[in-house]
Design a protein around this ligand. Structure first.
Ligand code: C2O
Ligand code: CU
Length: 579
């Protein structure tokens, strides 16, 4: 069982245990004896089953189990201790066990709320709040049901609840807010880079574009979705003038995967202000990385990118020989882009397909009709890629794969999520059952560039209640906090840095660090054994633990976030800073 399914199973069992005890309590209060006993026994068994799931989660990593061991564990023990012994000798009046069962139900429910609303790291404050809830609810039930040991005991219960509430709230609220991220500090002066040799102008505006045979309202660069493909040769100095005609939420350009000087990174509120309607901003950087990249707005990025403010950036080593096409996949108003296209290619011609996933979720790609190699991922060439046949590729949000092959005499087709997107002729293939490439074991390894690390970070991804903004929200969190309260990762220039990313949530988080490429060290404890992978985007599945590393060689303040852009806007973004 994977850690992801273990997390899900544990959650389901916890819900069943809580519901069983609460239902049993209600049934006994209503004097429905068989039902009450049945539910209570069921809940006891579910509670025992959790001992197994929690132990397994703790073995997979303390991050997955901390609050379950420290808070749910004691509360479950108390639930079993109070409810268990009363059942076999449930006296004539089943109503007398109602409060015990309800107590057990409250204990299970509040532990469940700790997991759902807070998660990792467990803290004494949260534990006390959970306890306060249980005691208060029990005392109130006691009073409401008019059961015997009432007054004094309920008063003591309520008193303890109040004390736990006050202490817990104090502990939870006390932690200081994260140090602020400095703005507009001017790291990396673009003017020193040299005279531009490639100039572009991108004008952002609302537009109506054709997609899937109908007119679709979009936000577009130069009235097209995707925006124009920007190309350069390595060594060029690229200059892009961004204009905003009428995008009220503002626009910027972020060069996804391109490790530009910080001042050119296009993150509003961090490296520049958003470009408002009528304004412009000029970006300039040297094209010193070869490969497939893309650009997109980072202002209101979720809606902005979804509406069409993105395009491809390709930097080549030499002029194109053979066929070289980019396939930026995107979902625009429910229409899958690009539209299917058929173009014959002469046999023997070298072909390079540059696959780009500009959506917020993973896509599945399959190339049918020819063996192929994955030449590069996220712009970095792979070492010793071997030919693949009938193998699917999962590309994370923001990720790019370059596939190369020699055109055969027979047709070839690229499928995205089972839909033929690009072909040289008719191909009928059922790609759904193909195995998926694991890049961590693909290609030839080479010695790691570091033998020791100067700094380590851990990012635990989850969901949780965020009360720090104007309105409470159910945020996507890192180490229990949401943007802007997540402490920045502070590094020194030149350091070798590693960070561990743990996903204890129920959703995929495609991770993306700006300004640096990370080297994948391991996933779920298994070291990467294939070609070195220098990535800027990678999918951290539920239950995954990734270890990645980078060299702190690009000073500035850099966003480090989930590239499911809705998650990023719902809190899952922190910053990497140089001291
Ligand atoms: Cu492509 Cu900060 O994102
Ligand atoms: Cu995410």
């Amino acid at each position: 069982m994977t850690t992801g399914s273990l997390l899900a199973a544990d959650l389901v069992i916890a819900v069943l245990a809580a519901a069983g005890f609460l239902g049993g309590g209600a049934a006994s209060a209503a004097r429905r004896r068989p039902l009450a006993l049945g539910l209570a026994v069921f809940a006891l068994l579910a509670t025992l089953a959790r001992a197994v799931t929690i132990t397994a989660l703790a073995r997979a990593g303390w991050w997955f189990a901390a609050e379950k061991v420290l808070i749910a564990g004691p509360l479950s023990l108390a639930a079993v201790a109070v409810a268990g012994p009363r059942l076999p000798r449930a006296p004539g009046d089943i109503r007398s066990v109602a409060v015990a069962l309800l107590f057990a139900g409250y204990a299970q429910s509040s532990a469940l709320l700790v997991t759902l609303l807070h998660g990792y790291p467990a803290s004494a404050g949260v534990g006390l709040l959970a306890l306060a809830g249980v005691l208060a609810a029990t005392a109130l039930s006691w009073l409401a049901l008019g059961a015997r040991p009432s007054r004094t005991v309920s008063r003591v219960g309520l008193g303890m609840a109040a004390a736990a509430l006050v202490t817990g709230t104090g502990l939870v609220v006390a932690p200081a807010a994260a140090p602020g991220v400095p703005h507009d500090h001017g790291y990396g002066d673009a003017r020193t880079i040299g005279e531009p040799t490639r100039r572009f102008t991108l004008t952002a505006a609302t537009a109506t574009v054709r997609a899937g045979g109908r007119d679709v309202a979009a936000w577009a660069f130069n009235a097209q979705v995707p925006g124009p493909e920007l190309t350069a040769t390595v060594g060029d100095v690229i200059e892009v003038t961004l204009r905003n005609r009428d995008i009220a939420r503002g626009v910027t350009l972020h060069w996804h995967g391109y490790d530009v000087p910080n001042s050119q990174d296009g993150v509003p509120g961090v490296t520049q202000s958003a470009v408002r309607p009528g304004q412009e901003f000029v970006y300039r950087f040297r094209a010193d990385q070869v490969g497939t990249y893309w650009y997109h707005t980072h202002s209101a990025s979720d809606v902005g990118v979804r509406m069409g403010l993105y395009g491809v950036l390709v930097v080549r080593q030499a002029p194109v020989t053979g066929v070289d096409v980019t396939v930026p996949v995107h979902t625009l108003a429910g229409v899958a882009l690009p539209e299917p296209r058929t173009e014959p290619v002469e046999a023997g011609v070298p072909v390079r397909l540059r696959l780009v996933n500009t959506d917020s979720t993973t896509h599945r790609y399959a190339l049918a009709g020819t063996p192929f190699r994955v030449a590069a991922i996220d712009g970095s060439d792979l070492r010793g890629p071997t030919p693949l046949v009938d193998t699917a590729l999962l590309i994370p949000a923001g990720g790019r794969y370059d596939l190369v092959f020699t055109a055969p005499a027979t047709p070839v087709a690229l499928f995205v999520d089972g839909r033929a997107v690009h072909s040289t002729g008719p191909v009928s293939a059922t790609t759904a059952a193909w195995p998926v490439l694991d890049p961590l074991t693909y290609g030839a390894s080479s010695a790691a560039p570091w033998s020791r690390f100067d700094r380590r970070f851990t990012l635990v991804l989850d969901r949780g209640l965020d009360l720090h903004g104007l309105l409470p929200r159910y945020a996507h969190t890192v180490n229990g906090a949401a943007d802007p309260d997540i402490p920045p990762q502070v590094v020194r220039l030149g350091e070798a840095v590693t960070f561990t990313i743990v996903n204890r949530s129920q959703t995929m988080h495609p991770w993306h660090l700006h300004g640096h490429h990370v080297l994948v060290l391991s996933r779920n404890g298994r070291p990467a054994t294939g070609s070195p992978l220098w990535w800027d985007s990678f999918d951290v599945r539920p239950g995954d633990v990734w270890e990645v590393a980078f060299r702190a060689d690009n000073p500035g303040v850099w966003a480090n976030h989930c590239h499911n852009l809705a998650h990023a806007e719902a809190g899952m973004i922190l910053h990497l800073m140089y001291s």
